[in-house]
Design a protein around this ligand. Structure first.
Ligand code: PMP
Length: 346
């Protein structure tokens, strides 16, 4: 039978239909729970069983850390969706895009660079982890240097750059292209949201290094699974070395589960999961225009709406990111709260 779900925090009663009046609309987290109904519907076909004796070895029979079936399933997925070129490209899997982002920055920086560390840059507003991660690891090989707009193409000819490009962008949903160009610029394309449920997908992406994640594709953030598609063999080898020294691969249980989830996701060419024709950005990027509303998050907070502060994304405090990917109840409650806010302002 269907599992019994707990009521969302803003609802009560036997059918979870009673709205709790003072409840906070929490639009902070980017957990894509909007996909839960899809997985409830496909509960039987997406279930895996792992007996105690199964898949105990460190490695697969060929000595690799990546299941051959899973690798080919990932290639099939991109071919079906048409969002990335994988022919002749290498694939490395990791513990979510989070781990792969750092693996990529590490692998594109030059450990033998005698001069200066590579400058890691992104265009404002950018996903905060880029800065947080680079600063946290505090490497001598690379350093976070902020917004791409600080560097004219002239300065790009001096020193090495690693540009992080997020398309569609988190937080503002824009389709982005690399800003910096030149022989000393390497790019990392974070394509976490380049799927038909978030954006139109006009052409398959064909970049040097692309990162995708299961969390935004199927909603399984907690499985901690992502993959990188790389053109250059030397970069691929560096990422493999990184992965093998940091964790020695992704759990084989996870790989088994992901294989199953991807099979179900692309049934009928993914029509049901992607709900074709209705791409909606994962986030709303809101600006408070009124002169006195300098801290937009505080304005929302006074109306019981929790968003994520614009300053975290390198932007002004007049901006707030609101998550639209949580459950339908969360979304409805956010809309109600926003309507109350607008009617009060008027
Ligand atoms: N990149 C972007 C742009 C994201 O929004 C997120 C998740 N919020 C990640 C990477 C991290 O994804 P994962 O859950 O796979 O670590």
């Amino acid at each position: 039978g269907k599992p019994v779900c707990e009521c969302n925090t803003c609802y009560a009663g036997p059918h979870c239909s009673v709205l709790l009046p003072g409840c906070i609309a929490d639009a902070d987290s980017g957990d894509p729970m909007f996909l839960e109904p899809f997985w409830l519907k496909h509960a039987a076909s997406s279930t895996i069983m792992v007996p105690g004796w199964h898949r105990m070895n460190y490695e697969f029979n060929d000595g690799s850390l990546l299941s051959k079936q899973l690798e080919s399933q990932i290639r099939t997925l991109h071919a079906v969706v048409g969002n990335a070129v994988t022919d002749g490209r290498y694939i490395v899997i990791g513990g979510g895009a989070t781990q792969l982002l750092h693996a990529a920055v590490h692998s594109l920086s030059d450990a033998n660079n005698r001069f200066s560390p590579a400058r890691v840059v992104a265009s404002t507003p950018y996903y905060p982890v880029y800065r947080e991660q680079t600063e946290f690891f505090n490497s001598k090989d690379y350093k976070f240097e902020g917004d791409t707009s600080l560097y004219s193409n002239k300065s790009v000819s001096q020193g090495k750059f690693i540009e992080l490009v997020t398309s569609p962008n988190n937080p503002d949903g824009k389709l982005k292209k690399a800003v910096l160009q030149g022989p000393s610029v390497k790019t990392i394309h974070d394509l976490a949201y380049y799927w038909p449920h978030y954006t139109p997908v006009p052409t398959p992406a064909d970049e040097d290094l692309m990162i995708f994640t299961l969390s935004k594709l199927t909603g399984h953030g907690g499985s901690r699974f992502g993959w990188t598609i790389v053109k250059d063999e030397a970069v691929y080898q560096r990422i493999l070395t990184y992965m093998s020294l940091i964790t020695y691969g992704v759990p084989r249980e996870t790989q088994l589960r992901v294989l199953k989830l991807l099979k179900v996701a692309i049934e009928e060419q993914g029509k049901e999961m992607f709900n074709f024709g209705e791409p909606t950005p994962a986030f709303a990027w809101l600006k408070c225009e009124r002169e006195e509303d300098k801290d937009c998050n505080a304005v929302l907070h006074s109306m019981n709406i929790t968003g994520r502060h614009g300053s975290l994304f390198g932007a002004e405090s007049r901006y707030v990111r609101l998550s639209l990917v949580k459950s339908e109840d969360d979304f409805d409650w956010l809309l109600k709260r926003m309507k109350m806010l607008v009617s009060q302002e008027n």
